[in-house]
Ligand binder design. Sequence first.
Ligand SMILES: [Zn+2]
Ligand SMILES: [Zn+2]
Length: 71
Amino acid sequence: MKCFFDDNDACGVCRFCGRAACKAHLAGRLPYIATIYVGAANTPKAVVVPDALWCGECKPEAQPVPMPEIY
Ligand SMILES: [Zn+2]
Ligand SMILES: [Zn+2]
């Protein structure tokens, strides 16, 4: 698999947009919210990956975005 941005071999995949990228382009690390669930006493909890691979190009939102138009 090749890097999305150039012709180098990809070494990983951006966790946020899914694009494959080489080491130069996967320089970023961002916390990634893997899942959110409601725990005891109705407290929302998030499982966070603190250093997920990031291509540096896409713009992940820190919080889940409400999408009322899909309803
Ligand atoms: Zn990305
Ligand atoms: Zn690259």
